[in-house]
Design a protein around this ligand. Structure first.
Ligand SMILES: Nc1ncnc2c1ncn2[C@@H]1O[C@H](COP(=O)(O)OP(=O)(O)OP(=O)(O)O)[C@@H](O)[C@H]1O
Ligand SMILES: [Mg+2]
Length: 381
């Protein structure tokens, strides 16, 4: 087991910079997820940790060792790719055993270790089969088995589940979480799927254009996005981001107008540097008035589209000034296309971003309004 430290990592291919001054400290035993849009440099960053890619500048440490110039095989890492890269002519047993045989482990020890790993991954029944006869999920388990069997200090996963169908992806996600808990190993996991990131990670690194935008726990990124990019990337459906104008502001609060005349005053950490700002409200923080929650502002709108998902309802609501917001309500919501609706907003659940994209607010309050009501009800009974 080992911590991983990246300090000032730069990488360029020819003249093209791909990673820019990346600093990340990953704790021993942590499940760290790198997330970001396609082409932002996730795989490249992972490959610099594995040693498959050399850094142009900066330092990589694994445990106590500076491994910046250490060849991949000597770094104590194991990597699992999206394409399982199994040896087609070998059985599952031989695929898993390959690394151990290469390391000249005695035959009995190899068998014992492979059986142990097969049990962990529930592939004991498939050890004699060839990869072509396995399902995608089974193949991916074999690829993971091949990584586990060597007892690496650090596991590196590059989108290992993206070839699987949705149901299997959810199942494998849970299995990986359990596996992490059992092995207590340091795991670094790359995905462009923010749901995968949110559900699996101890902490998440949000990458964009080769730059680290923010590092934090899933709920920290959700509630306190440091900038517009993170605000728009984390959360599904996405945070509503609306053009707004500052009408009054000091270092503690700002009053803004948006959506053709709505006005709200928000607590801020610093005064906006320009009149033009972006107001952010998550779909789940726009609440129908029958939820009996006090609101700082109620806005009216017309429902343009309703998506009934069973457990929840998503509505697109035109709120004036050419703005449409997405609203998330319960599965029993009676919102219907063409209806008018009023939506309550709490100032402390809103985000405000400067023209540069930097967050001016401390972030939305993590306490959901429902539990607040419950708490009040409980304390008065
Ligand atoms: N060997 C290479 N030579 C030149 N450019 C490369 C090379 N490998 C990657 N790149 C470029 O570096 C950038 C980052 O690529 P990378 O594969 O790390 O992105 P990614 O975040 O993993 O994307 P995806 O989600 O699509 O896998 C891309 O613009 C890519 O074209
Ligand atoms: Mg990639």
């Amino acid at each position: 087991m080992a911590a991983v430290q990246l300090a000032g990592v730069h990488k360029q291919f020819g003249d093209i910079p791909v990673l820019n001054n990346v600093d990340i400290d990953i704790a021993d035993g942590e499940f760290m997820v790198f997330v970001g849009p396609s082409g932002c440099g996730k795989s490249t960053l992972l490959r610099t940790i594995s040693g498959l890619e050399k850094v142009s500048a900066g330092q990589i440490r694994i445990g106590e060792r500076d491994v910046t110039r250490t060849p991949p095989a000597k770094r104590g890492v194991a990597m699992v790719f999206q394409s399982y890269a199994l040896y087609p002519h070998m059985t599952v047993f031989e695929n898993v055993a390959f690394g151990l045989r290469l390391a000249r482990l005695p035959k009995d020890a190899v068998r014992e270790r492979v059986n142990e790993v097969a049990k962990t991954l529930q592939i004991e029944d498939q050890l004699d089969r060839k990869p072509w006869s396995l399902s995608g999920g089974q193949r991916q388990r074999v690829a993971i088995g091949r990584a586990i069997v060597r007892n690496p200090d650090v596991f590196l996963f590059d989108e290992p589940l993206s070839n699987l169908d949705a149901a299997l992806r959810v199942q494998m996600r849970l299995e990986l979480i359990r596996l992490h808990r059992r092995l207590q190993a340091t795991m670094i996991y790359v995905t462009h799927d923010q749901i995968e990131a949110m559900t699996m990670a101890d902490r998440i690194v949000v990458l964009n254009g080769g730059v680290v935008e923010q590092i934090g726990g899933p709920l920290e990124l959700y509630h306190q996005p440091r900038n517009l990019f993170v605000a728009g990337f984390i959360g599904s459906p996405k945070m509503n981001l609306l053009n707004a104008e500052v009408t009054a502001a000091d270092d503690h609060q700002a009053t803004v107008t948006f959506g053709g005349g709505h006005e709200i005053t928000l607590p801020v950490e610093q005064a906006p540097s320009a009149r033009s700002v972006t107001l952010g409200v998550r779909p789940e923080h726009l609440v129908e008035p029958d939820s009996q929650r006090a609101s700082d502002l109620t806005i009216g709108g017309e429902i343009a589209v309703v998506e009934q998902l069973g457990g929840e309802t998503l509505a697109h609501v035109a709120i004036g000034g050419d703005n449409t917001v997405q609203v998330r309500a319960g599965g029993d919501s009676e919102m219907a296309m063409g209806d008018t609706v009023s939506l309550g907003i709490l100032a402390r659940q809103c985000h405000l971003f400067d023209a540069s994209g930097m967050a001016l607010t401390a972030g939305s309050a993590p306490v959901p309004s429902d539990s607040e009501n419950v708490a009040t009800a409980a304390s008065t009974s």
